[in-house]
Write a protein that binds this ligand. Sequence first.
Ligand code: NAD
Length: 490
Amino acid sequence: MTRKLRNYINGKWTETTGSLFLDVINPADNKTLAIVPAGSRDDIIDAARAAKNASADWRNMPATQRIQYLFKMKQILETNSDEISAICTAECGKTLQESRAEVVRAIENIEVACGIPKLLQSDFSEDITKGIDEYFIRQPLGIGTCIAPFNFPVMIPFWFMPYAIACGNTYIIKPSEKVPLTMTRIFELLEELNLPAGVLNMVHGGKETVDAILEHPDIPAISFVGSTNVARYVYQTGVAHNKRVQAQGGAKNPVVIMPDADVDTTVRIVTDSAFGCAGQRCLAASIVITVGKESEKFADKIVSSAKSRITGNGMDKGVEMGPVISKESRISIEKLIQKGIDDGATILLDGRNIKVEGSGEGNFVGPTVLGGLSTDSEVFKTEIFGPVLIIINVETLEDAIDLINDNRYGNSACIFTASGSAARKFRHDVMAGNIGVNIGIAAPMAFFPFSGWKESFFGDLHGQSLHAIEFYTQTKVVIERWHDEWTRKF
Ligand code: NAD
């Protein structure tokens, strides 16, 4: 019988109040793994009630005690990393190695949040005027939420949740309806924590669930990660309902290769960046800009390196690239490849119609490389979110930077060069929030903010680290005078 997933509300596994369910599909063979609630407004109302009821005791618990749960949470994820990774690969398609890497990234965020007693400390000014002191304290907002995308089922909720609960908020996670099994297993494992009921809740669903979060009067803070159009909608709707919103969106990440870059290292890193996780990373390289005639040599080498990547079921040993998330996604990627060709691109490597042994029905697209695409083509500007790399050549570093700054997205931009001065100019002039210098995936560690810009981010405070702490707290300023004559008795 097909497994039917439940929500986790108020410390209990709870059936959805809705009647519609969606299939959770293994993208490597398109077989149904489970069914997940399509979402219901009442489920969010129940979760928000539970989170609100748990709020007062949780925020009054000293931070030093709250983090004891986080230390255990870290251990639980570490101990069960293999099992969590296998579930992630089954529903998301990425390789086991890629799944394990995201568990590590999730754990790193718990580790940083364990420092909350120190991180929550504030400033104190004695004698702002004679006998008067001023300071501020950070207090939790109440209930936080994370609305997550499909491509990192483990890691992304941990960019926000550990910080939010460490700060004294209670929390609701809404996993992507495409990959709900991984977070469901994590919640089963976290029952061992014995967190007070209502502190950590999970509600499944799609748009209806998101809308219920956006409109619920008791939910003051929303962390969203997903595509740009939905990020914009979540940001604007949440703000219209007087909420604090941080909404990370899509991307089209450029990588600039200067003629002085080391060929073998650059080719290896850029190919990994473009085709790791089947190109379904918001920091994946999607446009390579080679600078100067001498750099054109990189294109052939990237194509050869891409050609040699092994595509297959992410569970299988030796596989370097899994399927894309769904049949619809494969069709949309293939259409964009064709549109690129129709717009004048040369197909240097064609990953369409790839046959993967033993996985006849999977959503596979092999590494694909397009050359000579016009920068006016929609394909040059659209996020493809698949294993498709566009390579173009420009004359100067300035041309490359202008092209990058014309991009509507600003999630990340990388440069490969041996020149400190080129790297410095790039870092200074490029309008993107995560910069890589001789790095293929400029993913900030947990103790730095994940800094998307432009249409890759709506809001001001980002996920991770001090930004997440600031996002999930409000400051209260206290100005204080103690009159000697009132209080000093001796
Ligand atoms: P998505 O926008 O389709 O879905 C994200 C979340 O929004 C899901 O939980 C989904 O249920 C919900 N949702 C979808 N449509 C909605 C609607 N119309 N109204 C309200 N809620 C809706 O994104 P996805 O396909 O799951 O993830 C891939 C996208 O996420 C890519 O664009 C990628 O670049 C982006 N992403 C960005 C970052 C980042 O840090 N900037 C990180 C990871 C992924």
